[in-house]
Design a protein around this ligand. Structure first.
Ligand SMILES: O=C(O)CCC(=O)C(=O)O
Length: 299
């Protein structure tokens, strides 16, 4: 049983039901500070597409901006959460162009989700429009409704049916100062930046106080799953991000077990999962039509 993590009980209930909530979280003053920090960071990089500062090979650079983000957001966290622990942050940007979409995904499992919460606060720094690469989410697709284990080496359960899932997504256009607070297990993606300006945002992690950090590895040869205990800052400690995340985690092995569950579902399994998400997140109006059409394909 998880302890409450939102100060406000209604926020907690909506978050538990839908796997996300959009709340006012940052003041104009904080937004200004974050904007100047973003610009300071952006002057030091030369990447295009969708980029997170956590991808950088430079640990000092990642840690500097992670600490600054947490510092600026501390008062917002205190007004929003209870019994929580921040675990860093990263700036996220999308340069204009077709390579700037972030594919459909769920964030990795980084703690025991039966016992604790792992939350990302996605804070837009630019004004978010349908054109500059907003988040698209699937309400109700979080761990409470579908107990997934996620890691870079584990395929997503919807891997062969991304288009079905994509039809059901809802785009989120937060107002300036609002944050999209996501359960890390929620299915989401972000679209292409079709404008001429960089889209600026950040993601900042909050977890239940005292939750040990975990990471998982799928040993394909032996079809075994392995669980490792990790350092608190492991997410910003990869030297070569894309290579290191595919390797055995550099933590302490806690347990391993045979991966006898189906890691990828067929389309009937995906459709059944979508039905559960719909039922439990009480999606209304236009959104429910999406689901009705979708579910009718399989019934
Ligand atoms: O900033 C974005 O466009 C998407 C961020 C995201 O999905 C993530 O960090 O998991």
């Amino acid at each position: 049983m998880r302890e409450q993590i939102f100060l406000n009980k209604e926020h907690q209930a909506l978050f538990d039901r839908d796997g996300y909530i959009v709340l006012p979280m940052v003041s104009n003053d904080q937004l200004k500070q974050l904007d100047s920090l973003f610009d300071e960071m952006y002057q030091q990089v030369n990447y295009t597409g969708f980029v997170s500062t956590s991808y950088s090979p430079n640990k000092e650079f990642k840690k500097f901006f992670s600490d600054k983000i947490v510092e600026v957001l501390t008062s917002s966290y205190q007004n929003t959460f209870i019994d929580f622990q921040p675990f860093g942050g990263s700036f996220l940007f999308k340069t204009p162009g077709l390579n700037s979409a972030l594919p459909l995904h769920q964030d990795w499992t980084i703690l025991d989700e039966e016992k604790y919460y792992a939350i990302n606060c996605w804070v837009p720094i630019s004004k978010i429009t349908p054109e500059n690469g907003p988040l698209h989410i699937l309400p109700g697709s979080h761990f409470d409704n579908f107990k997934t284990l996620r890691a870079p080496t584990i395929p997503f359960f919807f891997q062969n049916d991304e288009e079905i899932v994509k039809e059901s997504l809802v785009s989120i256009l937060p107002a300036p100062g609002e944050a999209v607070i996501l359960n890390q297990s929620l299915i989401h993606y972000s679209s292409t930046n079709k404008t001429n300006e960089v889209r600026k945002a950040l993601t900042a992690g909050v977890k239940s106080k005292g939750a040990p950090m975990l990471f998982h590895y799928y040993n394909r040869q032996e079809e075994k799953l392995e669980q490792y205990l990790m350092d608190e800052d492991f997410l910003i400690s990869f030297d070569d991000f894309y290579q290191d995340i595919q390797e055995r985690p550099k933590g302490k092995l806690l347990k391993e077990w045979q991966a006898n569950d189906k890691l990828i579902l067929d389309s009937t399994g995906v459709a059944n999962a979508l039905k559960i998400f719909k039922k439990n997140s009480r999606i209304s109006g236009k959104r429910s039509n999406f689901f009705k059409q979708l579910v009718s394909k399989f019934t």
